[in-house]
Design a protein around this ligand. Structure first.
Ligand code: PEP
Length: 262
């Protein structure tokens, strides 16, 4: 995935939706798939915000084993129905190598989360699944380790990889994680892969999502992936960081008014 092997920047197609190249791609949706109604409402919010892809977790890698773990295949079926209804291709996380084929049967793009960035068996299985992969940066990973994780996928013949900076662990407690904005241009110079930013899981607070999205776009990110929820106060996962209805027009404005190649 090194820029030494390919000097031009890659464009990854997710069911026809481009990420990278000259595009600024917005991915949005609920952190977790909870019900058909909630997922459809969140997808409609995502569409109104200009999102071209729907995110939503059916398998949730939670810190606590007592927290909502996701609906599993039922959640994948809900995502598939919502894709039919809205036309938005699906990005969804897979947490276990044994589930890769099942998830790939529903998903348009596989997400590998921060906690699994160095789960090498999962990376290899994702590399063989025939789907583009969104690879989040490990919260404790250096950029080099992140790119090496991408090599595990690429080595299995899959170069349709998008990197996602989602914040790293620092001493700072005012934010959930510290968005390493410098990772965007650094990763883009070391690698030809597109790099997007998750302002929701980095900031961890709704009021930080739009400023961090602007920062990501200004830094040259190829897109953002944003949590939205119709009723965040009842969300089973990460409600405080989800954008609500009133934020959607502003997210659309952020994505539209800032050109991708600043
Ligand atoms: C997510 O995007 O749903 C998620 C759990 O993100 P991360 O792996 O970055 O924490």
């Amino acid at each position: 995935v090194s820029s030494e092997n390919q000097p031009t920047r890659s464009e990854v197609s997710v069911a026809g939706v481009p990420i990278g190249g000259d595009h600024m791609t917005v991915v949005a949706g609920p952190c977790a798939v909870e019900t058909p109604e909630q997922t459809l409402a969140a997808a409609q919010m995502a569409k109104a915000a200009g999102a071209a892809l729907l995110r939503g977790g059916a398998y949730k890698p939670r810190t606590s084993p007592y927290a909502f773990q996701g609906l599993g295949e039922t959640g994948l079926k809900i995502l598939s129905d919502v894709r039919t209804e809205t036309g938005l291709p699906i990005v969804t996380e897979v947490v276990d190598a044994a589930d890769v084929d099942l998830v790939a049967g529903y998903a348009d793009m596989l997400q590998i989360g921060t906690r699994n960035m160095q789960n090498f068996a999962l990376l290899q299985a994702a590399g063989e699944a025939g789907r583009p992969v969104l690879l989040k940066r490990g919260m404790n990973a250096t950029i080099e380790e992140w790119l090496m994780a991408a090599e595990y996928i690429a080595q299995r013949g899959n170069l349709d990889i998008v990197l996602c900076e989602r914040g790293i662990r620092t001493f700072e407690k005012a934010t959930r994680n510290t968005l390493d904005i410098s990772a965007v241009p650094v990763a883009q110079s070391l690698s030809h892969l597109p790099v997007i930013v998750d302002p929701s899981h980095s900031g961890g607070k709704r009021e930080l999502v739009l400023p961090l999205s602007r920062a990501a776009i200004a830094a040259g990110a190829d897109g953002v992936i944003v949590d939205v929820h119709p009723t965040p106060e009842t969300a089973l996962c990460d409600g405080p960081q989800a954008l609500v209805g009133g934020d959607i027009a502003e997210l659309a404005r952020v994505a539209e008014t800032l050109p991708p190649l600043l």
